[in-house]
Design a protein around this ligand. Structure first.
Ligand code: NIG
Ligand code: FE
Length: 393
């Protein structure tokens, strides 16, 4: 039986009740056996001990929205935006070009680097979307790479098929034909490789009607929906997500209180990606309003080469606190438990007996140091599935 005992925790965030000062966590066979006051910790037999020397411990980050398998980069497009060009989603096609012409090995190596940097920034679970292939062969290759990343790195991967990220160049003049291709040819082949189906619902990209058709087909194949919703305008994605009972509605920069109430009532998680609004220099999504409405709020990097080339959840938390207006406690919860719930992972994102032992020791006395010292990587040690997946030397 393998085990570990963490002692000397100065500030323990369990996500169940108030933070604990002078805490301890005991781990057995990849699961939490105890998380609470050090004075109450069971004495453990032969096991590794880690003295945290007053550092803070939080659950591992659950990054519930990324597009991290791609080739190429778009810094020129970024600079054009800084010079006043609007973002329309058109740049996706340039990443599609570089992705299609890359070998599966090249895509794996590029994505592996990103995953390793994510782990070094405290991520223990990551959702990965396809969407830079837009043809059957490449979309399947992206999902295969995503799945393999979870097998070869100390991180849990959940995969999402995003064939409807935009209409491919070949179907430029036959947009419904592309929807047909997604429904008839891609979706059935994504079964077994993808856990979810996503659509970029936006004026000029996919309409609510087209998305509804894709999500209905996905549901019939057993794939629940995650929706790129109301990012650039209030184009109806959140309303659709609520109506079909999606697992999550993501982005949500333009949602209203009415949308928030509908999401909360339907139990749809609100996955917010402040890195995208930051990079697009647009106002942040109304996180506090969604929280007040009773939504399960999650935070994610949206790691992608166009709008949010962000790998660190710490930076996302800083934006959520300083620009969006969530409290530190809300932001930490959303970056851990919120993300886990949005992915149906009830046993992640909280530290209590029976939960998977995914946690982070910060090199700081409290999680407030993440937004307080925003440009510092505060990760000291990451434990995933009960084993150290990263340790700062
Ligand atoms: O989440 N909104 C759509 N998709 C990505 C951006 C994709 C890109 O520009 O490459 C996003 O922001
Ligand atoms: Fe996205």
């Amino acid at each position: 039986m393998s085990g570990m005992l963490l002692t000397g925790i100065g500030h323990l965030t369990t996500n169940l009740g108030e933070p604990i000062e002078r805490g301890a966590v005991s781990i057995r066979d990849g699961h939490i056996a105890f998380a609470g006051a050090e004075a109450d910790a069971p004495e453990q037999g032969p096991s590794d001990r880690l003295d945290c020397e007053g550092r803070a411990v939080i659950p591992g980050f659950v990054d519930a929205h990324t597009h991290l398998v791609f080739a190429g980069e778009r810094s020129k497009e970024f600079e054009s935006r800084l010079a006043g060009e609007p973002y329309t989603g058109g740049g996706i096609l340039s990443t599609v070009e570089s992705t299609r012409t890359s070998s599966t090995e090249e895509l794996y190596d590029l994505a592996s680097g990103r995953v390793r940097r994510m782990i070094a920034n405290g991520t223990t679970t990551v959702e990965i979307k396809s969407g830079y292939g837009l043809d059957l062969d490449t979309e399947l290759r992206l999902l295969e790479v995503a799945t393999r990343l979870g097998e070869t790195h100390p991180v849990t991967v959940k995969t999402t098929f995003l064939g409807a990220h935009t209409v491919s160049t070949e179907y430029r003049d036959d947009r419904d034909g592309y929807v047909e291709l997604v429904v008839e040819e891609m979706l059935p082949r994504a079964v077994g490789l993808a856990d979810y189906c996503d659509v970029f619902v936006e004026d000029g990209v996919f309409s609510v009607d087209q998305a509804e058709r894709i999500f209905a087909a996905a549901a019939s194949l057993g794939l629940p929906a995650r929706v790129h919703a109301d990012q650039l305008s209030r184009s109806g994605g959140a309303g659709l997500a609520a109506r079909i009972g999606a697992a999550s509605a993501d982005h949500l920069d333009h949602v209203t209180e009415e949308d928030a109430d509908a999401l909360a009532a339907a139990g749809v998680s609100a996955v917010l990606v402040p890195g995208a609004s930051f990079s697009l220099r647009s106002p942040q999504a109304p996180g506090p309003m969604l929280w007040e409405a009773g939504c399960t709020v999650a935070l994610a990097t949206d790691c992608n080469p166009g709008t949010s080339y962000v790998e660190a959840m710490g930076f996302v938390i800083s934006l959520a606190v300083v620009q969006m207006g969530l409290t530190v406690d809300q932001a930490i919860w959303a970056a851990t438990r919120g993300g886990a719930l949005s992915l149906g992972l009830e046993d992640r994102g909280a530290l209590a007996e029976g939960m998977q032992a995914d946690l982070v020791v910060l090199d700081a006395p409290s999680p407030a140091h993440i937004p307080y010292r925003p440009a510092t990587n505060h990760i000291w040690t990451v434990i995933q599935d009960g084993k150290q997946s990263y340790r700062r030397d």
